[in-house]
Ligand binder design. Structure first.
Ligand SMILES: NC(=O)c1ccc[n+]([C@@H]2O[C@H](COP(=O)([O-])OP(=O)(O)OC[C@H]3O[C@@H](n4cnc5c(N)ncnc54)[C@H](O)[C@@H]3O)[C@@H](O)[C@H]2O)c1
Length: 655
């Protein structure tokens, strides 16, 4: 296994006291006898201020049959080529610690030591504990065994609420006390680009269904930005939906990567070329993807000009997936600067850079507002775009009332996916630990058959569409060639579908139809897993969108019911301090015990969130939890007594 590292300049502004604490924290990982050597070397390296970025780690092939190795495979999976750039596993963002890592080639060492210690731990049925900071890769301890075979608990980035600010994060990260684990990567259930392609496909499809009144998207244009780790899925998903996508990307490297991969069909290097390609594609009415090399603000402003000059509105759907959760450190590039100028200014003159970002966000919103008045449907794509734009003073119509999550434009959860979550549908996923593509084919077939059987037995109209969308997805999944590394799959399903699929997989392992166990998991971006007032829970309007109980209860409940591992994280998605995420993994090894645990755990994992969404007033959730109670007589969920007479409130308040 090899690690390739690239160097570039960065700026860190820790004080001398901080520096001394950073060195102290870091060398605690080393033998005392070697401390004098480490201190000298590390002090020298700190003065060189070098940033490291991990580009590639050769995949480790694994034939995995025991739980320990399954876990290792998922951990290592996170470190393969497709690793999200900010995964906590790499410990590489923005601090002195990465210099340390380079010097010692710690990444390599830690992966090896993790492998050995994890196998040892799990062989003895002990639990592993992972926590934030420098112990994140190396398990921080052997703890007493769990009676229900839960093997691993991860808690990272959890911070006393009043201290969960971006500024504190920078400092705590430098001290080695915490790190940013994103979502699925943080709980070892990242499966490469497949999850995001599937989720984006469903979002674009349902946006068209809702706002264009059709899912026939031929000739319709979807404009957005970002061709990075997750955002890069947008053109691929749009093509699956059959529409024309135009994605602005300032980084040539990111754009070319998606082009070479085939997810972006053509590149436009300037605005004239881009508009001419759009006009041509609209006439042809073919699914087509254009990558515009430039700033999204220039693109939106050009659409306004085109309308003013020709009367043609060239775009029907619009969004944004720049990394606005981290707007001032490279997540959002302001239109006034070139890409290279931005890279320098964000470190050398951060205050000026911040002002430019905010001005750029205001310009972007002004252009979008004009187009939206003309008929564009725009949505926030869970990247904190509207939140940061409102902080920048843009005219996004933020509602400052008790609910506080409403803007002029809905988020995709408020308008599109939230109602689907409330039906209990969410991103269920699995990994075939044998690593055999034939096992994945078998699980595709099993899951499609299970969903078709459910439909044939009769389902309410409200959920039939969701089942059909996902049957279509899973039947075509192999042809989309989205598997990278682990043989993994995703589909959206509700509690009934998830439990039946898990049972069918477990039986297939037992009967030898599959060559190895299957790990079931999910994205946190689900009905229950995440409390995130500007994304997953943005459609909860009773003021409780800012509470984080659901995600925490989710993890506790999953753990008690026998998940193989559970994880709880602050941040991920919308940014540090803005979100609480819970995740799990459960190994189906064909045993009766694993099958029983999966049933109990999945029932909790879905109904926990549906019940909460029902109480908060979502009609889909109320219908779903009532149906679930009908199917399972032992389930008793308290239902809200909705206020029927709104005048009653008005009268009472007036009195
Ligand atoms: N909705 C979802 O389901 C979902 C899922 C994953 C991620 N996200 C969010 O989406 C955002 C993007 O995620 P990512 O992993 O792709 O991040 P990323 O940083 O890898 O990619 C963002 C890209 O945007 C480009 N960019 C930045 N400013 C630009 C500008 N003004 N014009 C044109 N291009 C610009 C960057 O060069 C970069 O390549 C994050 O905030 C993330 O949290 C949403």
């Amino acid at each position: 296994m090899s690690v390739l590292l690239e160097e570039s300049k960065t700026s860190d502004d820790e004080s001398e006291d901080d520096n001394s604490q950073i060195i102290k924290s870091t060398i605690t990982e080393e033998p005392v006898n070697d401390h004098h050597v480490f201190v000298k070397e590390f002090t020298f390296l700190m003065s060189t201020m070098t940033e490291l970025r991990c580009h590639h780690i050769n995949r480790i092939s694994a034939k995995l049959y025991v739980h320990a190795l399954i876990l290792i495979s998922l951990l290592l999976k996170s470190a393969e080529t497709w690793i999200p750039k900010r995964s906590h596993f790499l410990i590489i963002v923005n601090s002195y610690r990465k210099i340390w890592n380079k010097w010692k080639r710690v990444l390599q060492l830690k992966i090896h030591s993790l492998k050995d210690s994890t196998i040892a731990l799990l062989d003895h049925f002990l639990a592993i504990r992972l926590k934030s900071g420098h112990s994140n890769v190396l398990p921080s301890g052997l703890l007493s065994p769990c009676p229900n075979k839960k093997r691993l608990s991860v808690a990272d980035k959890l911070v006393i609420p009043n201290y969960s600010s971006r500024e504190m994060y920078e400092k705590m990260f430098a001290l080695g006390n915490t790190m940013y684990g994103q979502m699925t990567a943080g709980s070892f259930c990242y499966i490469g680009p497949q999850g995001i392609v599937h989720g984006t496909t469903l979002t674009v499809l349902n946006a068209a269904r809702r706002h264009l009144g059709t899912t026939d998207m031929r000739g319709k244009v979807f404009v957005t930005s970002g061709l990075g780790g997750m955002s890069g899925a947008q053109p691929k998903a749009a093509t699956i939906c059959g529409c024309i996508s135009v994605t602005a990307e300032v980084s040539k490297e990111a754009l070319e990567k998606r082009h070479n991969q085939g997810w972006v069909a053509t590149i436009a290097n300037n605005l004239d070329e881009c508009i001419s390609k759009i006009r041509h594609a609209r006439r042809q009415k073919e699914a087509f993807s254009i990558g515009y090399h430039g700033n999204i603000v220039d693109l939106w402003e050009r659409f306004v000009e085109e309308y003013e000059n020709t009367g043609d509105l060239l775009v029907e759907l619009g969004s944004d997936q720049t990394s606005c959760h981290n707007p001032y450190l490279g997540g959002y590039y302001p239109v006034q600067l070139t890409y290279d100028e931005s890279r320098i200014m964000m470190h050398e003159d951060p205050i000026r850079f911040k002002n430019l970002v905010q001005e750029s966000l205001r310009r972007q919103v002004t252009a979008i507002n004009k187009l939206s008045d003309l008929g564009l449907y725009f949505w926030d794509y869970g990247n904190a775009f509207l939140l940061e734009a409102s902080r920048a003073g843009a005219d996004v119509g933020r509602d400052e009332s008790a609910t506080g999550t409403l803007f002029r434009y809905p988020s995709y959860v408020q308008d599109i996916m939230g109602d689907i979550f409330s039906l209990g549908f969410g991103p269920f996923r699995w990994v075939c630990t044998s690593g055999c593509p034939s096992d994945l084919d078998t699980t595709d077939e099993i899951s499609a058959n299970v969903l078709e059987d459910i439909i044939n037995e009769g389902v309410p109209e409200t959920i039939k569409q969701q089942y059909n969308d996902n049957i279509r997805w899973i039947r075509e999944a192999k042809t989309n060639k989205l598997v990278v590394g682990s043989q993994a799959r995703i589909l959206y399903s509700d509690q009934v579908g998830r439990t039946k699929i898990a049972t069918a997989f477990n039986n297939a392992v037992k009967d030898g139809k599959l060559k190895g166990p299957v790990v079931i998991s999910r994205d946190h971006h689900d009905v229950s897993g995440t409390d995130s007032p500007f994304r997953e829970t943005s459609n909860i309007y009773d003021g409780s969108a800012f509470c984080a109980d659901m995600a925490v209860q989710n993890v506790i409940g999953d753990a008690c019911r026998g998940a193989t591992w559970v994880a709880l994280h602050n941040g991920g998605g919308c940014g540090w301090g803005e979100v609480m995420n819970g995740g799990f993994g459960l190994v189906l090894d064909g045993s009766q015990d694993a099958g029983d645990r999966a049933q109990k755990m999945l029932a909790w994992d879905v109904s926990n969130g549906v019940a909460r969404r029902c109480w908060s007033g979502n009609n889909n959730a109320e219908e779903t939890i009532c149906r679930t109670m009908d199917q399972n007589k032992s389930l008793k969920v308290t239902l809200p007594n909705h206020v029927q007479d709104l005048d009653l409130l008005d009268r009472a308040l007036q009195e």
